[in-house]
Write a protein that binds this ligand. Structure first.
Ligand SMILES: C[S@@+](CC[C@H](N)C(=O)[O-])C[C@H]1O[C@@H](n2cnc3c(N)ncnc32)[C@H](O)[C@@H]1O
Length: 397
C-alpha cells in the first residue's frame, strides 16, 4: 500500500476498494504493508506491519515511550516537516474561505517546552495513559516538560511506591520565577520529601504550604496562577502570540476591547497599555480572582473583569467596543456569542484558537459580516498534531 497524505491527526490515509483506511505511524508516499485493526462502516483503521520504503521526513523518535504513550503523536516526523504539516492542515481546513494572508508558522523549542503536566497514579505507579485507553504507562520523565518538572516526577516516583492511595498529580511551573506547584488527589501519609522540591503543595483542595499560587512572567507582565486557573503551557510561544496581538491592536488603533474567555486576564493585561479600556469575561471564579490580583501587581487601571459564562454575560450593551478578542476552549464559541458579535457590529475580531476545526465552524457563521484578514499558526504543542492559531477578522464595509 502507498500512503496518499496525512489526516488532521497525523495518521496516513490511503484508499482501498473505495474505502478510506487510516494508518498510524505512516507518512506520505511510504510503501507499506498493513494490518486492519478496526473495521467501521465508512473507514478502516490499520497499523503498519512492514515498511518497504520510508519517507525522507521520518526520524527515530527521541522518547522511548513514544510507541505506546498517548501524549505525543507526530514525533516520528522531522521538526520542520511537523511545521509544514501544521501549515498545510490550516490551509486545507480553510480551503473554502478567502483568506487575505496566511502568515508563516511560528515555532520555538521542540522539547522541554511544557510548564504543566497531569500525571495519573495507579497503586504504586505514576505515569501517563496509553494511546486511546486508561491503562497507565509508568514514566521516569517526559521529554516535553521542563526539566524542573522532571525533577519533581523523580521524587514523586519514589513517594508513590510507599503511598498507594494517590490518584492524580498535576505539576505547574512558573516561567522565569521557576516556582513549582504540585496538586495531589487522593490520600498521603508523609509528604515531607515533596516539600523539598516544590514551592506550593495542595492536597485535595487543601493548601499544605503557606502559599497556594505561583507567579509566571510573560514579557514585562507578571501573572498569578492558582490551582484552578488556566494558563498557557508553553511560555515561549505564548509570548510570541501576545506580542503579535499587541502589534495587531496597535495597527488597528483599537480603543475599547472585550477580552472573552480571559482566564487570569493575561491577554487583556498584556495589551492594556495600548488601549483605552478592556473588559474581560471568564467563568472560573478563581481565574477572575487571579485576574484582579494580576491587574494590581502590574499597576493596570483600565481593565475590569466579569465573572460568568460569556454566552450569558455578553449582550448588546457593549456598543462602544471596536475590537473583540476571543480565546475559547477547544469546543469553540457558543452560538449566542457569535450572534451577539454579529449584532454588535464590532470592527475587529481577534480569534485565538487551539482547535482549528471549531475555528472554521465558527468563522462559517461570521463570514457574511467579516473578512479573514490573516491567519497565523503557532506551534504551541510540538510533537503533537495540535496547532494554535490567531485569526484576524475585519468587518465588511
Ligand atoms: C483557552 S483558555 C484562555 C485563557 C486566557 N485567554 C489565556 O490566554 O490565558 C479558555 C478560558 O475560557 C474559560 N471558559 C471556558 N468556557 C467558558 C465560558 N462558557 N464562558 C467564559 N469562560 C469560559 C476557561 O475557564 C479558560 O480560562
Amino acid at each position: 500500500m502507498k500512503i496518499d497524505k496525512l489526516d488532521y491527526y497525523g495518521r496516513g490515509i490511503l484508499k482501498f476498494n473505495n474505502k478510506v483506511i487510516f494508518v498510524e505511524n505512516a507518512l506520505k508516499d511510504e510503501d507499506i504493508e498493513i494490518k486492519i485493526i478496526k473495521e467501521n462502516k465508512k473507514y478502516n483503521e490499520a497499523v503498519v506491519t512492514k515498511y518497504n520504503n520510508k519517507s525522507d521526513i521520518r526520524v527515530t523518535p527521541k522518547c522511548r515511550y513514544y510507541d505506546i504513550c498517548g501524549g505525543c503523536n507526530i514525533s516520528h516526523i522531522k521538526d520542520l516537516s511537523q511545521e509544514e504539516f501544521k501549515e498545510n492542515k490550516i490551509k486545507e481546513l480553510f480551503r473554502n474561505f478567502y483568506v487575505d494572508e496566511y502568515k508563516k508558522i511560528e515555532y520555538n523549542t521542540f522539547y522541554n517546552y511544557r510548564y504543566k503536566i497531569v500525571l495519573h497514579i495507579k497503586k504504586d505507579k505514576i505515569g501517563l495513559y496509553k494511546k486511546s485507553s486508561n491503562d497507565l504507562i509508568e514514566i521516569d520523565k517526559c521529554l516535553l516538560v521542563h526539566n524542573k518538572i522532571n525533577d519533581v516526577i523523580k521524587v514523586l516516583k519514589e513517594v508513590v511506591k510507599r503511598e498507594t492511595n494517590l490518584n492524580k498529580a498535576t505539576i505547574k511551573l512558573g516561567n522565569i520565577t521557576n516556582e513549582v506547584m504540585l496538586i495531589l488527589e487522593g490520600r498521603i501519609n508523609d509528604y515531607s520529601e515533596l516539600l523539598k522540591v516544590v514551592d506550593v503543595l495542595i492536597i485535595n483542595d487543601k493548601k499544605i504550604t503557606k502559599k497556594d499560587y505561583i507567579i509566571s512572567k510573560i514579557g514585562n507582565m507578571k501573572y498569578k496562577i492558582s490551582k484552578n486557573s488556566f494558563f498557557q503551557v508553553n511560555p515561549y510561544i505564548t509570548e510570541k502570540i501576545y506580542n503579535d496581538i499587541g502589534k495587531t491592536i496597535k495597527k488597528l488603533n483599537s480603543k475599547n476591547v472585550l477580552d472573552l474567555y480571559c482566564g487570569t486576564g493575561t491577554i487583556g493585561i498584556y495589551i492594556s497599555l495600548l488601549v483605552d479600556k478592556v473588559i474581560g469575561i471568564e467563568v472560573v471564579s478563581d481565574a477572575v480572582d487571579d485576574a484582579k490580583y494580576n491587574r494590581k501587581i502590574n499597576n493596570i487601571d483600565n481593565i475590569s473583569f466579569i465573572l460568568g459564562k460569556v454566552e450569558a454575560k455578553i449582550n448588546d450593551t457593549y456598543k462602544d467596543i471596536d475590537t473583540v478578542i476571543v480565546d475559547p476552549p477547544r469546543n469553540g464559541l457558543h452560538k449566542n456569542v457569535i450572534e451577539v458579535i454579529n449584532k454588535l457590529k464590532v470592527k475587529n475580531i481577534i480569534y485565538i484558537s487551539c482547535n482549528p476545526i471549531t475555528l472554521v465552524r465558527d468563522i462559517e457563521l461570521l463570514k457574511d459580516n467579516y473578512n479573514i484578514n490573516y491567519i497565523k499558526p503557532y506551534d504551541m504543542f510540538p510533537n503533537t498534531y495540535h496547532v494554535e492559531c490567531v485569526c484576524l477578522l475585519k468587518r465588511k464595509n
